[in-house]
Design a protein around this ligand. Structure first.
Ligand SMILES: Nc1ncnc2c1ncn2[C@@H]1O[C@H](COP(=O)(O)OP(=O)(O)OP(=O)(O)O)[C@@H](O)[C@H]1O
Ligand SMILES: [Mg+2]
Length: 303
């Protein structure tokens, strides 16, 4: 009889993930990360929860083998915090808001521009000069002894060219990528984020506000969030193939921010300015204050 462990017993999970199964382990770590994220990110709890869920699954070693740790699509109006969530997560995990790889899909519209991502095949002009963005080394740049996780963002994903789509489908499905020089890149330690403004104009019309930062109070409608989410999902389904949609673990629709939430964000931003000033000239030299009128002007976009 084979001594190989079978699915269902914890030894199987230990063998396939190299991490013992313990759903409670690191619970405190995730809670700490969650508190940090919630303290910085205003009004986008669904996005924070989606990220925390994936992180916890990763920490307990339950991420699917041969797939990325998670594939998340963030939809929503401009300025609603889609990129910011990833920056704050990078800061929470690695102490640096820039500790992630960002691929601006709009920059890779032409077939030949893909070489910037994966390098060109040997023999092609520029083979040695191009340093591809998606090498194994680049993916592990921010890894620490304790945390071997990479945050990879494909921004404005609806602008990706056909070649970039093919590349992304392979990543989302198999966590694998072949570079121009035929070397293999493993992306199974990555959380893949994709962002898009698809459906944003319709969403803003529904919320009766501006883009992202709503200019007026949204209309009273208990089903408004649901309607907005449905509108965004419909726009995504019209644009993206079922092949792509099926590879996503979760689609998060960011909410249009209300005036009170904008004021809260403004407070957080002003506190950052104050901290920077204190860092530069010392705690007691300069205190930064803003009158309520100025705050009102700033959060309503008049300044
Ligand atoms: N929900 C939020 N909580 C706190 N700050 C926010 C939030 N949304 C936006 N901000 C602030 O506004 C800035 C711009 O937001 P961000 O770049 O994340 O927008 P976005 O949704 O990615 O927009 P775009 O679709 O144009 O890329 C952030 O750097 C942050 O300072
Ligand atoms: Mg963005």
């Amino acid at each position: 009889m084979s001594s190989r462990p079978s699915p269902g017993d914890s030894a199987f999970l230990e063998e396939t993930t190299d991490q013992p199964l313990d759903a409670t382990r690191h619970g405190d770590v995730t809670r700490e990360i969650g508190a940090f994220l919630h303290s910085r990110i205003v009004g986008q709890d669904a996005a924070v929860d989606a990220v925390l869920e994936l992180y916890q699954i990763f920490l307990v070693g339950m991420s699917p083998p041969d797939r990325p740790v998670g594939n998340l699509l963030f939809l929503g109006p401009t300025g609603s915090g889609k990129t910011y969530v990833i920056e704050v997560l990078a800061e929470a995990l690695f102490g640096n808001p820039h500790a992630f790889i960002k691929v601006d899909c709009a920059e890779f519209q032409e077939h030949h521009e893909i070489a910037k991502l994966i390098g060109s095949p040997p023999g092609y002009i520029g083979h040695m000069q191009t340093q591809p963005i998606l090498t194994q080394q680049a993916l592990t740049r921010w890894h620490t002894e304790k945390l071997k996780l990479t945050l990879l963002l494909f921004d404005e994903v609806e602008k990706a060219s056909e070649s970039l789509w093919q590349l992304m489908l392979g990543i989302l499905d198999k966590a694998s990528l072949t570079l121009g020089d035929n070397t293999h890149v493993d992306l199974s330690q990555c959380i893949i984020f994709m962002t898009s403004n698809l459906g944003a104009p319709e969403m803003s019309r529904l919320a009766e506000g501006g883009l992202g930062f709503a200019a007026q109070a949204p209309i009273e409608d208990v089903n408004l969030d649901e309607k907005i989410a449905r509108t965004a999902m419909e726009a995504a389904r019209r644009k993206f193939s079922p092949e792509f949609m099926n590879r996503l673990d979760k689609v998060v629709v960011f909410k249009t921010l209300r005036p009170d939430q904008l004021e809260h964000i403004l407070e957080l931003e002003l506190a950052k300015v104050q901290r920077r000033i204190a860092g530069a000239v010392g705690e007691n030299h300069f205190t930064f204050r803003c009158t309520p009128e100025i705050k009102q002007c700033m959060s309503s976009g008049q300044l």
